[in-house]
Design a protein around this ligand. Structure first.
Ligand SMILES: Cc1cc2nc3c(=O)[nH]c(=O)nc-3n(C[C@H](O)[C@H](O)[C@H](O)COP(=O)(O)OP(=O)(O)OC[C@H]3O[C@@H](n4cnc5c(N)ncnc54)[C@H](O)[C@@H]3O)c2cc1C
Length: 303
């Protein structure tokens, strides 16, 4: 396909930017990933609809990402079009204890808007580097709070390019999961319900959460947070550490010596390095404890 001419055609339809052969390592917190054939950073909701229409008309596969903080993009990159729901859809408005926000706004921005308006329930979100769309898909959470506790509804665009509103009950939330994960819907906006709470208390709790995260989490190298989901009643990090996984290395991918459920990119790690390390860890934990670990990070693209 002639992606340069397709990019030109799509650029004439949208306000946001369209790029060709875009390195996905620039859009993942792991700083890993080959090129996307076409990459769109939409300016608003209409741009998303036009992009979906364009992809369907040209029979181009469409992949949606947020801030790329839970993604491993393979070294061969992503065929077709990648749509990044980001700054073009990042508005936040607060009314009483109800908050409406674009799917491209970030969790720490949502937490800050709630804090400013003395709205409680969003303290958990202060240190998680995900967009609201990605957070809803993953049911992101920390410190005993998660998206499912405070979300009311989301607006999505479905494969027929129609806007739908789905309530929290329709999203089938469970631990780090929602039924949007394999549906192909694009989350464009979100509606949240908190509760009145003293600003001082919110600030104090937020400071405490952020300090606890800083103390427990590795810093200094690109990563995607926890790689595996915690198995029922246990912690993936504890199991990996107990079977000697800390510091295990393949190429430039290393199991953190601070938190064994994190894999760090020490410089030039490839997706192949990370996937080989993941396989080794799974095998060690299976052999030592009879426990199957399941990925929390989402893997996209091709080898
Ligand atoms: C340092 C660090 C700390 C972290 N700490 C935590 C933590 O404490 N708790 C936690 O739960 N997670 C944590 N994470 C993981 C990550 O931040 C969350 O999973 C976050 O919710 C992912 O959001 P994102 O916008 O980056 O999504 P992405 O990684 O871009 O995408 C994740 C999934 O959502 C889909 N998606 C993204 N946006 C949309 C959209 N608008 N519409 C449809 N599908 C979409 C993607 O296709 C993909 O399947 C951490 C990550 C890092 C790097």
């Amino acid at each position: 396909m002639d992606y340069t001419s397709l990019a030109g055609e799509l650029q004439s339809l949208v306000k946001g930017s369209v790029k060709v052969h875009e390195p996905m390592k620039q859009h993942t917190t792991w700083r890993i990933g080959g090129n996307a054939d076409l990459f769109v950073d939409p300016g608003d909701k209409d741009d998303i609809r036009r992009t979906v229409e364009f992809a369907a008309a040209h029979d181009i596969p469409l992949t949606v990402i947020g801030n790329g903080s839970n993604l491993l993009v393979k070294d061969g990159g992503i065929r077709g079009l990648v749509l990044k729901v980001g700054r073009g859809l990042a508005g936040i408005s607060v009314e009483g204890a109800t908050i409406k926000a674009g799917a491209g706004a970030m969790l720490p921005e949502l937490a800050a808007a709630a804090r400013k308006a003395s709205v409680g329930g969003f303290e958990f979100a202060a240190g998680i580097p995900g967009s609201l769309g990605g957070a809803v898909i993953m049911n992101a959470g920390a410190m005993n709070g998660c998206v499912a506790d405070v979300l009311l509804a989301v607006e999505v665009i479905n494969e027929q390019n129609q806007f739908l509103t789905l309530t929290k009950e329709e999203l089938g939330f469970s631990y780090r999961s929602s039924n949007l994960q394999n549906k192909g819907y694009i989350c464009v906006s979100t509606l949240w319900q908190g509760y009145p709470k003293g600003k001082d208390l919110i600030e104090q709790e937020t400071r405490d959460y952020v300090a606890r995260r800083k103390a427990a989490q590795p810093r200094g190298y690109p990563n995607a947070g926890s790689v595996f989901k915690n198995p029922e009643g246990d912690f993936a990090g504890r199991l990996i550490e107990a079977c000697g996984g800390k510091g295990l290395r393949v190429g430039d991918a290393e199991v953190s010596t601070k938190h064994a459920n994190w894999i760090l990119n020490l410089g030039n790690a490839t997706a192949r390095d990370v996937l080989t390390l993941i396989d080794k860890i799974k095998k060690m934990v299976q052999e030592s404890f009879g426990v199957s670990l399941h990925l929390e990070v989402r893997v996209l693209g091709e080898d």
